[in-house]
Design a protein. Structure first.
Length: 303
């Protein structure tokens, strides 16, 4: 079938707004329905259905150039993309200046509902849909692999074929966090990241691997947070941005607890800091692009 219609479409789908406690507890009764929008971009393919990747922005919001950039990269190798806007319908343009505005795990539900949308589109191959997320969006790209969250909120019509988190925070200890679906996780992280430092993610990847997961983490010496973001060519300190880099949160009966205080975690805790930095790194960006292209070409059998 020949592709028809505009190259970029605005789509909408239902999701839920939940606090972290509601999400971890499975409290659907307390969730608030919300209708999100996204930008669906189809490749210039001669035949359909085509594979797809769900793209999740970071705390800088849906205007981020990084999801636009990756949409073009992926379209160029024959993959459709859906750039999800997780903030506008919830009343925000960005949340980095107040990370409490949206629960840290809310994007996981957005991911599953975006998967429902794509799987129902006859132009998309429902068996070849992956998720890629950046920073805050990386939380969903990573932890949506957990069997537990799939059971609580996952799609009834399709399953994600791969998880591709970029510089995600990994400073959590979640119940059953090593129990993941048997699909690949490929993580990408700068070794000089001072927003979401690498060690916690490297440790989580190692433990997942030891538990039998198909997990790899690619790291880049000298690369900072948002190393693939073409809009940040110089070292840029985000003075108003919050970071939990000095915090560690563990789940206790569905509540995220600050491991230092033993009290429920808050973005007003002493461990929360401001002023993390971002910087584009061409060498790291090119390397990650090559790795992603090779991985998805093989996974989706594009050749």
């Amino acid at each position: 079938m020949t592709q028809s219609g505009p190259p970029v479409e605005t789509v909408s789908f239902g999701s839920l707004t939940m606090s972290d406690t509601q999400f971890l507890s499975g409290d659907l009764a307390g969730a608030e329905p919300v209708t999100l929008t996204g930008r669906l971009q189809l490749p210039a393919a001669e035949t359909q259905p085509v594979p797809a990747v769900i793209l999740l922005h970071g705390s800088d919001g849906p205007g981020s150039a990084v999801t636009w950039h990756w949409a073009n990269v992926l379209n160029g190798i024959g993959i459709a993309t859906l750039r999800v806007d997780s903030y506008t319908a919830r009343g925000y343009e960005e949340i980095f200046s107040d990370q409490s505005r949206v629960g840290e795990f809310n994007n996981i539900i957005d991911t599953y509902r975006a998967l429902d949308l794509l799987a129902a589109d006859e132009r998309i191959n429902p068996d070849r849909i992956a998720v890629m997320g950046f920073s805050r969006g990386g939380i969903a790209a990573l932890y949506s692999a957990m069997t537990r969250f799939n059971g609580l909120y996952g799609s009834q019509t399709a399953k994600l074929a791969a998880h591709l988190p970029f510089y995600s925070p990994c400073n959590f200890a979640l119940q059953n966090e090593l129990d993941i679906r048997p699909v690949p996780i490929r993580a990408f992280h700068g070794e000089a990241d001072v927003w979401n430092p690498l060690p916690r993610c490297r440790d989580y990847a190692d433990r997942l691997r030891q538990a039998g997961g198909d997990v790899a983490i690619f790291t880049y010496p000298g690369a900072h947070h948002a190393f693939d973001h073409p809009g940040s060519p110089s070292y840029n300190v985000k003075e108003t941005a919050q970071t939990s880099r000095r915090c560690f949160r563990r789940e206790d009966d569905g509540v995220l607890v600050n491991a230092d205080t033993g009290q429920p975690f808050s973005w007003t805790d002493d461990c929360v800091e401001k002023g993390p930095a971002v910087q584009y790194n061409p060498a790291a960006a090119d390397a990650a692009q090559a790795e992603i292209s090779a991985f998805l070409t093989e996974l989706f059998e594009l050749n």
